[in-house]
Write a protein that binds this ligand. Structure first.
Ligand code: FNR
Length: 184
C-alpha cells in the first residue's frame, strides 16, 4: 500500500541545496512512497490572534496538505547552529489550534544539509527537540548529515556521484521501513 510523505524543506531560497537534495530523494524513493513537496515560504508568522474562524489561507492550505500525508521528511539547512525560523514557524503553524496538531503520531526523518564540513549537525539535532514534543517518532538510524553539499550537486541540482546517491537511497528506504514500523 502506498504511503504519502510530506517533504518539508527548511530553506526558502530558490537555488537551495536542501531543496535539491530533497527532490533527489523524492526521485530515489520507492514507488510506494509518494513524496510531495509542501511549501512553507508563504506562511504568516504564527500569531494566536489570527487563529479565528477564518485563519490565514496559507495556514489552512499547509495544514490540509500535511494532514493528508502519513509521514514527514524534513530536509533542512542550519542557520546559526539551529533550524531556520521559517521551519520553526511551519512547525508552530501545524501544531495549532490546540488539540488539532497535524504532526502528532506521524513518523519523521531528518536530513541536514550544508556547504560546510559540519553538515548542519546543530540543525539536525535542534529539530529533534520539537519533534519529540510534537509526538513524531523520528528515525534515529541511519542519520543523514550532508556536508560540503556544493561539491555533490551539478548546476542543475542533480547528484553527481553514485556514493551519495546510494547513501540517500539507503536512507529513504530505511525511512520506508521506519514508517511501516511506526505508523498507526
Ligand atoms: C547560514 N549558513 C550556515 N551554515 C552552517 O553550516 N551552519 C550555520 O550555522 C549557518 N548559519 C547561517 C545563518 C544564516 C542566516 C544563513 C543565511 C546561512 C550557511 C548556509 O548553510 C548556506 O547558506 C546554505 O546554502 C543554506 O542552505 P540552502 O538554502 O542552500 O538549502
Amino acid at each position: 500500500m502506498s504511503v504519502r510523505v510530506a517533504l518539508i524543506v527548511g530553506s526558502l531560497r530558490e537555488g537551495s541545496y536542501s531543496r535539491a537534495i530533497g527532490l533527489e530523494m523524492k526521485a530515489l524513493a520507492a514507488p510506494e512512497l509518494e513524496v510531495e513537496l509542501v511549501e512553507i515560504g508563504d506562511l504568516p508568522l504564527y500569531n494566536p490572534d489570527l487563529e479565528t474562524e477564518t485563519p490565514p489561507a496559507p495556514w489552512v492550505r499547509f495544514r490540509d496538505a500535511v494532514a493528508e500525508t502519513q509521514a514527514v521528511l524534513f530536509v533542512t539547512p542550519e542557520y546559526n547552529r539551529s533550524i531556520p525560523g521559517a521551519l520553526k514557524n511551519a512547525l508552530d503553524v501545524g501544531s495549532r489550534p490546540y488539540g488539532h496538531s497535524i504532526w502528532s503520531g506521524k513518523p519523521a526523518a531528518i536530513v541536514s544539509v550544508s556547504p560546510g564540513a559540519l553538515a548542519a549537525f546543530g540543525a539536525n539535532h535542534h529539530l529533534r527537540q520539537p519533534l519529540v514534543f510534537l509526538n513524531m517518532p523520528t528515525m534515529a538510524q541511519p542519520e543523514a548529515y550532508i556536508g560540503n553539499v556544493a561539491d555533490l550537486l551539478d548546476e542543475h541540482g542533480k547528484l553527481k556521484n553514485d556514493g551519495t546517491r546510494d547513501f540517500l537511497k539507503g536512507f529513504i528506504d530505511a525511512f520506508s521501513g521506519w514508517i511501516d514500523k511506526t505508523k498507526g
